[in-house]
Write a protein that binds this ligand. Structure first.
Ligand code: G3I
Length: 383
């Protein structure tokens, strides 16, 4: 990867010599359990400067945790347009280069998240207000092509799986979201199809994923239906999509002390959805696993138990599908989880949705993940 700059390699070196002081992970590790069934276990991670108290490779404790438990890493934010494309004609790869270099030197596989987040809320400001000129469809397609070609060429074989499109379906209506690009290109479908076709041509080695957060909770019916319609459309139009990325930010929202009972009630509807996806020939990934614990009691014992029971039931279903590949957590420690700021509990207690606690001690959720990965159906390898 000759284009990665020297700053990136320097930054990557930080983690190489960091011993780490976190509590040792129990054996077997999550990556070992996943590998025994032909899968990869992994996590999101972040950029950071040396010694940062953040979920980054530059934090020795966090880096040690990643090394022990994970085989594959995903940038939580640093490959998004907001991070790498400050203007239509400018890219900035400094942070993501450092992450890729560190991951590569330390033997991790890397997933790319995301080549296109199809949701205006997360567009960079310049893209929303961009003037696409007299031939808007051509100009918009060119911006997308340039983005996908530039990223995939830079990282080559180091990234073997991409969330090509993220969150194109409006969860409330099941319809495709409209964006500045869809207005310019005459609809959302042409944008998404173009993204996948460009990615296939530019990175023929890579798994191409449509990634979304339709989930198994009751309020997700429209979202699930919309995703199924989108996936059917891809097949009808011959769009090269390999896999559905099931984000898996699962949640207990209503007050409960019996997460297992709720999981049993949700299972039939969720299997119906997954069966329909697999019947269309898609593979599955768990791309962003964590548990929103708002409905559980604040006391740590029952809360951690509820989180673990809910996740175990969920993962047992997901892992019963031989079409399921990677299982990826959206961060390994509560200390750095997005849930703490984005999904605060009504009582203000910090969320506990990750496998390790604030002090990097393993929680019941880790045992639940391990149990599910160990008892899983073996993965059916793609042809
Ligand atoms: O890095 C800046 C920092 O410089 C600044 O001081 C600070 C002030 O707000 O913001 C920091 O950026 C934040 C970034 O996270 C890094 O912490 C952004 O504001 C914040 O919007 C961003 O949130 C991320 C969110 O996606 C939006 O990109 C979350 O960390 C990240 O966990 C979340 O991840 C998404 C997946 O990409 C898609 N699926 C859902 C998932 C959870 O929402």
């Amino acid at each position: 990867m000759p284009t990665i700059d020297r700053r990136a390699l320097l930054a990557a070196g930080l983690g190489l010599f960091a011993a780490g002081t976190a509590t040792a992970a129990p054996s077997p590790t999550l990556k070992q359990a996943a590998a025994s069934k032909g899968r990869r276990f992994g996590s999101a991670f972040a950029f950071g400067t040396r010694g940062a108290d953040a979920g980054t490779f530059a934090n020795p404790d966090y880096a040690a945790l990643l090394r022990r438990e994970c085989a594959v890493l995903v940038p939580e934010n640093e490959m998004k347009w907001q991070a790498i494309r400050p203007a239509a004609d400018r890219f900035d790869f400094a942070r993501f280069d450092a992450m890729v270099a560190w991951a590569h030197v330390n033997g991790f596989a890397i997933r790319g998240h995301t080549l296109f987040w199809a949701y205006s809320r997360w567009f960079p400001e310049w893209l929303t207000t961009h003037d696409f000129g007299h031939r808007p469809a051509i100009a918009a397609a060119a911006i997308l092509t340039d983005h996908i070609d530039t990223v995939t060429a830079r990282y080559g074989q180091r990234i073997d799986s991409y969330d090509v499109v993220n969150e194109a379906v409006d969860p409330d209506t099941g319809q495709l979201r409209q964006t500045a690009l869809s207005h310019a290109m005459g609809g959302t479908e042409p944008v998404l199809d173009h993204a996948f076709r460009t990615a296939r041509a530019a990175a023929p080695h890579a798994e191409l994923v449509y990634n979304d957060y339709m989930s198994w909770e009751d309020r997700n019916q429209h979202h699930r239906a919309g995703v199924l319609t989108l996936l059917e459309g891809f097949r009808k139009r011959g769009v090269p999509v390999d896999t559905l990325g099931v984000q898996s930010h699962i949640g207990l929202f209503a007050p409960t002390t019996d997460a297992g009972a709720l999981a049993r009630r949700l299972e039939p509807g969720w299997r119906e959805f997954l069966d329909a996806v697999v019947a269309m020939g898609y593979r599955l990934l768990v791309t962003e696993l964590d548990v929103r614990d708002k409905g559980l009691p604040v006391a740590i014992g029952p809360r951690d138990r509820g989180v673990a029971d809910f996740a175990r039931a969920y993962l047992d279903i997901m892992l019963s599908y031989p079409a399921l590949g990677d299982v990826i957590a959206w961060g390994m420690s509560d200390r750095y989880s997005w849930l703490r700021t984005f999904e605060p509990r009504p009582d203000g207690a910090p969320a506990r949705g990750c496998a390790y606690d604030n002090a990097f001690r393993p929680k019941p959720l880790r045992s639940a993940m391990l149990g599910a990965l160990t008892n899983a159906a073996s993965r059916r390898r793609p042809r």
